[in-house]
Design a protein around this ligand. Structure first.
Ligand code: SF4
Length: 76
């Protein structure tokens, strides 16, 4: 149940969220509260920043709870 993967997309990139991996390091929401706000539902707002900025922040997640859906990443 808790290991479900949620997806959030802005039509350009899709973020994968795996709650069971989150270490609550707070890095994501301290770095980009406009997108990652645990007080909101859903807690990820893909309209809060540019795709580039969102990807940059996701890459800083130390646990792998946040990741980029490779199928949506055309920059590779
Ligand atoms: S950066 Fe990653 S580990 Fe830290 S709170 Fe955000 S999702 Fe969780």
């Amino acid at each position: 149940m808790s290991d479900e993967i949620r997806k959030y997309s802005n039509g350009d990139v899709t973020i994968l969220w795996q709650a069971h991996l989150c270490q609550h390091s707070t890095i994501c929401w301290k770095g980009l509260i406009q997108v990652f706000n645990p007080k909101n539902r859903p807690w990820i707002n893909m309209d809060g920043a540019t795709t580039e900025r969102i990807i940059d922040q996701v890459k800083k997640c130390p646990s792998g709870a946040l990741s980029i859906d490779k199928n949506s990443d055309s920059s590779d």
